[in-house]
Design a protein around this ligand. Structure first.
Ligand code: ARG
Length: 461
């Protein structure tokens, strides 16, 4: 077994069990591109301040490029006895280019190096997730255009409440995923700050230029406190909490899709290629995709809890506990990315059963609030109007009919102000189109919201 890069003060070899327990290479190898980009920038800065010669810099750069190509090609041999991605690459560099490789780690520690790798990685993942969110948001806008003008029941407590436009319901998700995007934009600002130069925890006495490294790597600023820099992971928790909200929104949507695809609702048809069957019940077509997205929300929330718990008791600055941050972060990235991608695809293939949805608005007294508002406009106090309509609903229940089935004479028994014009407000379309308040479901308001969404997503209507 080779001597460790940190082995100077050690006499005995590390126990195999300890190597296995402490290694992170089996998952942090995923950061290799960022680790190499960081080393390139660091070496360039060291060379411009006389800490590396031009020749040494050239050797380091070409060595790192060759290593990167090997890792890309899958021919690089990752070694557990070298613990992590940083030392696997550094050792390979020393083996490849000799003396110059041994100078790369000047003014740097793995403590600021891992902070750098993670920030570079998460910065890219923020950008990727924003693209995936946009694809999902675009799918909602396309659906909202396709079904513009069609009605469905709006629910509270999962009880039929008031009729709404299908597009209004769809654009609610457009808004939710829009906020998720804004959160990522904001979170990215705090990720995009350059940690290198904090060294182990206290900074370095070597003449470095942190701003130069930040410029090379495209960071907006450098971190202000070396101790905070090496101990901080709140940027990772913030990122994971942004992802958790995305997944929670996906989960709510999934729940609706599962419900809507039941025979009881029959509001949507999820394309065959997004469903699976049962091995025993030949008639089954199951909505596995939304079910799994909903199920995977548990592990995302779990990862958020894992990270919060990981950080809560740590004294400043770096503690090895922090190595445990990466698996939850990676799992969240993979889970949320895959869920968003498949949901966008599913939405693009979703078909609404508009006849059935419209039919569902015609039962359940969904225009009862409209009738109360009608009475209010005829000067009846709202509380009184509420009571009157309640009694009318009870009357209908008794008769087994809906509000629209009543005559003016029937209605007149409950309030003398009710006239023939009442039927306009009792119709589903009349109800929907009366909701003209800003953000309401009237066709006029939804058309405005949809046009704006199309504009924002670069869709021509
Ligand atoms: N693998 C470590 C981690 O992920 C890198 C930093 C290790 N630093 C140390 N002093 N052992 O956190």
């Amino acid at each position: 077994m080779s001597k460790k890069l940190w082995g100077g003060r050690f006499e005995g070899a590390t126990a195999a069990s300890v190597e296995a327990f402490t290694a992170s290479i089996h998952y942090d190898s995923r950061l290799y591109k960022y680790d190499i980009a960081g080393s390139r920038a660091h070496a360039t800065m060291l060379a411009s301040h006389g800490l590396l010669s031009r020749e040494e810099l050239a050797d380091i750069i070409s060595g790192l490029t060759a290593i990167e190509a090997e890792i890309d090609a899958g021919t690089f041999e990752f070694r557990q006895d070298l613990e992590d991605i940083h030392m696997n690459i550094e050792k390979a560099l020393m083996d490849r280019i000799g003396a110059a490789g041994a100078r790369l780690h000047s003014a740097r520690s793995r403590n600021d190096q891992i902070a750098l790798d993670l920030r570079l990685y998460l910065r890219d993942e923020c950008d990727r997730l924003m693209e995936l969110l946009d694809a999902t948001r675009r799918a909602f806008v396309v659906l909202a255009r396709k079904y513009m003008g069609q009605v469905m029941p709006g629910y509270t407590h999962l009880q039929r409440a008031q009729p709404v436009l299908i597009s209004h319901h769809l654009l609610a998700y457009y808004e939710m995923f829009g906020r998720d995007r804004e959160r990522l934009v904001d979170c990215r600002k705090r990720i995009n700050i350059m940690p290198l130069g904090a060294a182990a925890l206290a900074g370095t006495g070597l003449p470095i230029d942190r701003q130069q490294v930040a410029d090379i790597l495209g960071f907006a600023a450098i971190t202000a406190n070396s101790m905070d820099t090496t101990g901080d992971r709140d940027f990772a928790i913030e990122f994971v909490s942004c992802c958790t909200l995305i997944q929670i929104h996906l989960s709510r949507l999934s729940e609706e899709l599962v419900l809507w695809s039941t025979q009881e609702f029959s509001f949507v048809d999820i394309a065959d290629r997004f469903c699976t069957g049962s091995s025993i019940m030949p008639q089954k077509k199951n909505p596995d995709i939304p079910e799994l997205i909903r199920g995977k929300t548990g592990r995302v929330v779990g990862s958020l809890m894992a990270l919060c718990t990981l950080l809560k008791g740590l004294p400043l600055t770096y503690n090895r506990d922090l190595q445990e941050d990466k698996e939850p972060v990676f799992d969240v990235v993979d889970t949320v990315s895959a869920s968003l991608a498949i949901m966008a695809e599913l939405l693009a293939n979703l078909v609404f059963n508009t006849g059935r949805m419209e039919e569902a608005t015609r039962t359940g007294f969904m225009t009862a609030t409209d009738l109360a508002d009608y009475l209010v406009l005829k000067n009846v106090p709202f509380r009184e109007a509420h009571g009157i309509v309640g009694r009318i609903v009870a009357f209908c229940l008794d008769r087994g009919c809906e509000l629209v089935d009543l005559t003016v004479k029937d209605l007149g028994q409950f309030s003398s102000v009710i006239e023939k014009d009442v039927f306009e407000v009792l119709s589903v379309n009349g109800s929907v189109n009366s909701r003209i308040s800003a953000g309401g479901t009237a066709i006029q308001r939804v058309e405005e919201a949809l046009s704006l969404a199309e504009h924002n997503m670069g869709i021509k209507s």
